[in-house]
Design a protein around this ligand. Structure first.
Ligand SMILES: NC(=O)c1ccc[n+]([C@@H]2O[C@H](COP(=O)([O-])OP(=O)(O)OC[C@H]3O[C@@H](n4cnc5c(N)ncnc54)[C@H](OP(=O)(O)O)[C@@H]3O)[C@@H](O)[C@H]2O)c1
Length: 216
């Protein structure tokens, strides 16, 4: 689906998934703004870049101003993960900036570790979640904090929950749905994640929902 004349602001888009998000947005003819941390080397033609810290609400407001949606691939990635909940705090800042700028649609990457109340039992998701909780408690708390901030946001949010991200090309079939109820594999390609996230901008089906997605 092309989305010409629409604007999206991307957070956490300087990493591996970000490359696919930027390619996907440009392919759809969208105007993209990428928020980049001051210390992160990053260049990308054909996108507007706003540099700053996620704690700087004025810079975050500048990044989301006029956007039809904000897309976030922020999440714990480094080990060890800091204890001061940087992703939760960054997400709270993004939510606050969106409210101040009247931007309502937020589509964010999450994981099966952040359980949905509607999930059924699926040990392939619960076992890694338990492992992360025990072995990486600060990352676990930030994953949960991110999800809680989004659920409490009163925005039109969708959390796109993934298991293991891969760089393989998009497949012909994507599994979508709550864990324990839908058929899922343990991997999904970053290209599929990017396409699914952009599909959600004008699709109300998963507003206030947190579907898992996996390669079919
Ligand atoms: N890899 C997996 O198998 C897997 C599994 C489940 C979920 N996920 C989630 O999927 C998302 C994307 O993964 P990826 O492989 O594309 O990650 P990535 O290449 O490491 O990129 C991570 C992005 O998040 C930003 N970021 C990380 N820590 C940050 C912090 N403390 N403050 C602000 N920004 C921060 C990075 O910004 P800088 O460039 O400025 O550092 C970068 O833009 C992440 O949220 C991750 O938690 C990944």
């Amino acid at each position: 689906m092309t989305l010409p004349n629409m604007k999206a602001t991307l957070f956490g888009a300087t990493g591996k998934t970000g490359k696919y998000l930027i390619d996907e947005g440009l392919k759809r003819g969208m105007d993209l703004t990428v928020f980049v941390r001051s210390s992160t080397p990053f260049e990308s033609p054909n996108v507007r870049i706003v540099r700053g810290e996620l704690a700087d609400i004025d810079r975050v407001r500048e990044a989301v101003r006029g956007a039809d949606a904000a897309l976030s691939a922020l999440g714990p990635t480094a080990v060890p993960h800091p204890k001061d909940l940087p992703i939760t705090r960054a997400t709270q800042a993004i939510i606050s900036a969106m409210k101040q700028e009247d931007v309502k649609r937020l589509i964010a990457v999450s994981t099966g570790t952040a359980a949905d109340p509607g999930d059924g039992p699926d040990w392939r998701v619960r076992a890694p979640a338990l492992l992360i909780r025990l072995a990486m408690p600060s990352a676990y708390r930030d994953i949960i904090g991110l999800a809680e901030a989004i659920r409490d946001s009163q925005l039109d949010w969708t959390m796109v929950r993934v298991a293991f991200l891969k760089n393989h090309p998009a497949s012909a079939r994507l599994n979508v749905g709550l864990y324990g109820h839908s058929r899922h594999t343990m991997t999904v390609s970053r290209e599929e994640v990017a396409a699914f996230m952009f599909d959600q901008i004008s699709n109300p089906e998963f507003v206030h929902k947190a579907p898992g997605i996996s390669t079919g």
